[in-house]
Design a protein around this ligand. Structure first.
Ligand code: 5GP
Ligand code: ZN
Length: 120
């Protein structure tokens, strides 16, 4: 039995549950990483907690280990994708005003091209 909180109508919960296919590049007990369906860079991965946290704004005490794990995975994947020296961009959009469209917390990991600042 899993204690992970999942929602039936959430796209990324459905990817976690393998009800919707995705190009998964990493999985463990707490997190999943997969290819973005509409890549904005040669490397564009999404790293998500398996538990349903809608936005970064909704994180709470108790999420510390999960959020740390996401960044450990990003570090590992950035190494595997040979992005350590060329550089990589991580993005979390929290809320509609920031451009969030899927309301299950995810970190974008992008690399393989130059990035500019401010991001717009
Ligand atoms: P947001 O705008 O919420 O920060 O990012 C959502 C991301 O999810 C977008 O980059 C979008 O391309 C990606 N996405 C949306 N639907 C799917 C899907 O069904 N599968 C995958 N792999 N990515 C998706
Ligand atoms: Zn979800």
């Amino acid at each position: 039995m899993s204690s992970i909180h999942q929602e039936n109508d959430c796209l990324f919960c459905n990817i976690v549950q393998k009800k919707i296919p995705a190009q998964i590049v990493y999985e463990d007990e707490t997190a999943l990483a997969f290819e973005d369906i509409s890549p904005q860079a040669p490397v564009h991965l999404l790293v998500i907690p398996k538990t349903h946290i809608p936005r970064l704004a909704d994180m709470t005490t108790g999420d510390e280990k999960t959020l740390t794990q996401l960044f450990m995975i990003i570090h590992k994947l950035a190494g595997e994708k040979d992005l350590m020296d060329s550089g990589f961009r991580t993005v979390i959009n929290s809320g509609e005003g920031a451009g969030q469209t899927v309301f299950h917390l995810h970190v974008h990991l992008m690399g393989g091209r130059p990035f500019h600042w401010p991001p717009g």
